[in-house]
Design a protein around this ligand. Structure first.
Ligand code: SF4
Length: 148
């Protein structure tokens, strides 16, 4: 049986935009590792609305979930909203490239800004729909042309 890795739905928005900034050095190192892994290996992923392989090294992680949820409940809610947008095309066990392709075709600028507008990285100007759309399209293209 193929190994499956867990990814929160909303991390389909974060991974294409990650450029090294994070909640701690440990977090950023792990995020960079996961980004490289999914963008080169295109693993089979199980999409979830709770802690995943990115949350593992995050200082915001709490036994009951994410510390950011207790302040403004944006994180779990964001997962649910992305899952609602992608529900018809993503089920348990799908490659990163297929999930990203689905997100790329279903999430427009308005939905992106609705989902990400309250995030500190968006407010700091590190993220935008245009950058996400371009990076996601490039990753999908690269993985689809990868020599197996
Ligand atoms: S614990 Fe919260 S802030 Fe940290 S990566 Fe997970 S969802 Fe993001």
């Amino acid at each position: 049986m193929l190994k499956e890795y867990n990814l929160r739905f909303h991390h389909l928005l974060c991974l294409p935009l990650f450029i090294g900034e994070g909640y701690s050095d440990d977090f950023s190192a792990n995020m960079q590792y996961v980004k490289k892994f999914v963008e080169t290996e295109d693993p089979r992923l199980r999409f979830i609305c709770k802690g995943d392989m990115i949350c593992e090294n995050c200082p915001n992680r709490r036994p009951g979930g994410c510390a950011l949820d207790s302040t403004d409940s944006t994180v779990a809610d964001k997962d649910r909203r992305v899952s609602e947008i992608l529900r018809l095309v993503i089920s348990d066990g799908v490659s990163y490239s297929k999930a990203l392709q689905a997100a790329h075709s279903l999430i427009d600028k308005r939905s992106f800004e609705d989902l990400c507008g309250d995030c500190r990285w968006f407010r700091q100007g590190l993220c935008s729909y245009e950058k996400w759309e371009e990076n996601a399209a490039w990753t999908v293209y690269s993985l689809s042309h990868k020599t197996k």
